[in-house]
Design a protein around this ligand. Structure first.
Ligand code: G1P
Ligand code: ZN
Length: 545
């Protein structure tokens, strides 16, 4: 085996964020940049010799060349085998499913999730552990440390592997098995839900659904599951061919970027009763009913409250978990079900230990991510199937189900305001000043609202005891309302300030008040506490979701 060692210099800034290392394609395309990071991952592992690595990505620009580089480096790192999705494709939840099913040592996923793709877009890479979940902070820190001192990377001198057809090839002494990227994941999902009942719903006259794959990775998964296994009519999946630049779009399933789907559901002439979309790498989801968008926080709460509709969860939930900024709607369901509810920092990696320990069954984030213990990633199609299973069991509309949920539990009106591309120094100043104010806030009244608690969220993992500090500022108000401030850990330009607004409304007569109207006093309070306009010069958020 011809192993080539190339000497290299560290690059600055190879620090994994909320979900792996994400940078502009142009940054990743620098000679040695990808190699340094991959070698740093391999140098941080031990015991991989002869073991199996899972590899795949969301098909974005650079996916194909990066895959060949990683295959050669994995061979030099001593892996015995790589399982790779055909064409180098694996959605994030599918990669997790494959790691678990084949008891792999770990996996590398190439994706920048919902960020735009193409030569001017973003690229990303992350490492998942044997449980199928994103590596924890101690591992990502070790990788970062290694990137700062790396002096060489290694690869096996071998030609590219043909990933176009299923089969077995070799890179040096390492076996490369090209697998169907869809089958394992689709098979797993089929064990969780009542496919017969969902198929009957899809065949019902008057029920029509549309799944928007946004030219991203879920197209082939959705076609196989919805159109082939469940018998939905051809054309149910739109934008179903994954493209390296996502057709020039932004593969983020929210009302802004999936506006066509939302408009179709609002138009009675479309005949649609259910709409759904997923993101670049297939882990996020959006659920839309007839003229009704389900907020992701509500979606998690509704799934938890209706868990009995799906065979896999009918026996009960061990517990639920949500990221700190996610609305407290699911907490109310947990209280009702008398099960534990965990509040973790943002990012799926924090759910892994709770899922592994059997402490939770469902988990989710306000950023359109929901999932369960079937894998260790959030799972867009899983959420869509869960919703379909509930609709099939209850025979009610999406809006009807959510409104009834609000009547029973009250409504946690929720919105996120994003200020993008802020100068990093200004963002740091805003947080420094905000942190300075925290001790004095509790007990005060601002804009007529009484602050009960104001803190810098820190988390101690109840399973392994690891501690994560500075995970966002929480301001809790009397009556169950909240304002949360955080800086994004996935952006690739400047800083993005996220302000999360939540107001608890028990009175059903007020449930239909438009969210931004109901939340205006909280936006006002956020401005007063954080001086956003004064420090950033921004008078309004760039994105409201
Ligand atoms: C964002 C979301 C977060 C999610 C992450 C990866 O991270 O807010 O919930 O886990 O993307 O999909 P952020 O940019 O806020 O750090
Ligand atoms: Zn994603």
């Amino acid at each position: 085996m011809n192993v080539v060692t190339v000497s290299t210099q560290p690059f600055t800034g190879q620090k994994p964020g909320t979900s792996g290392l994400r940078k502009k394609v142009k940054v990743f395309a620098q000679p040695g940049y990808l190699e340094n990071f991959v070698q740093s991952i391999f140098d941080s592992l031990s015991g991989q010799e002869g073991k199996t690595l899972v590899l795949g990505g969301d098909g974005r620009y650079l996916n194909d060349t990066a895959i060949q580089t990683i295959l050669r480096m994995a061979a030099a790192a001593g892996f015995g085998k790589v399982l790779i999705g055909q064409g180098g494709i694996l959605s994030t939840p599918a990669a997790s499913a494959v790691i678990r099913k084949h008891a792999a040592f770990g996996g590398i996923i190439l994706s920048a999730s919902h960020n735009s793709g193409g030569p001017d877009g973003d690229f990303g890479i992350k490492y998942n552990l044997a449980n199928g979940g994103p590596a924890n902070e101690s591992f990502t820190e070790a990788v970062y440390r290694r990137t700062q001192s790396i002096g060489a990377y290694r690869y096996v001198d071998a030609p590219d592997v043909d990933l176009g057809a299923l089969g077995v090839a070799a890179v040096g002494e390492m076996t490369v098995q090209v697998i169907d990227p869809v089958a394992d994941h689709a098979d797993l999902l089929e064990t969780l839900f009542d496919f017969e009942r969902i198929a009957a719903l899809l065949a019902r006259p008057g029920f029509r659904m549309c799944f928007d794959a946004m030219h991203a990775v879920t197209g082939p998964y959705a076609r196989e599951i919805l159109e082939r296994r469940l018998g939905a009519p051809a054309g149910t999946v739109v934008n179903g061919v994954p493209l390296p630049d996502f057709g020039g779009g932004h593969p983020d399933p929210n009302p802004v970027y999936a506006a066509e789907l939302v408009a179709a559901l609002a138009d009675p002439r479309s005949g649609l009763s259910f709409g759904a979309a997923s993101d670049g790498d297939g882990d996020r989801n959006m659920i839309v009913g007839r003229d009704f968008i389900v907020s992701p926080s509500d979606s998690l709460a509704v799934l938890a409250a209706n868990h009995h509709c799906a065979p896999a969860y009918a026996g009960g939930l061990a517990g639920v978990a949500r990221s700190m900024p996610t609305s407290c709607a699911v907490d109310r369901v947990a209280r009702f079900l008398d099960i534990p509810c965990f509040e973790t920092p943002t990012g799926w990696k924090f759910f892994g230990s709770l899922l592994d320990a059997g402490k939770v069954t469902l988990c989710g984030e306000e950023s359109a991510g929901t999932g369960s213990d079937h894998v260790r990633e959030k799972d867009g199609l899983w959420a869509v199937l869960f919703w379909l299973n509930i609709l099939a069991a209850r025979q009610e509309s999406v809006a009807g189900i959510v409104r009834e949920h609000w009547r029973k539990f009250g409504r946690n009106v929720y919105s996120r305001h994003d200020y993008e591309g802020i100068e990093t120094a200004r963002a740091d100043k805003l947080f420094a000043e905000l942190r300075g104010k925290l001790p004095g806030l509790a007990g005060t009244e601002i804009s007529g609202m009484r602050i009960e608690l104001a803190d810098d969220f820190a988390y101690t993992d109840p399973v392994d005891g690891s501690r994560s500090e500075k995970q966002g500022i929480r301001v809790l108000l009397q009556g169950g309302s909240r304002v949360v401030f955080r800086l994004s850990g996935t952006g690739t330009e400047g800083a993005t300030l996220r302000v999360y607004l939540e107001r608890y409304v028990a009175d059903a007569a007020l449930h239909e008040v438009p969210a931004q109207e109901a939340l205006a006093p909280l936006a006002d309070l956020a401005e007063k506490i954080a001086n956003i306009a004064g420090i950033t010069g921004r008078n309004a958020p760039d994105v409201i979701s």
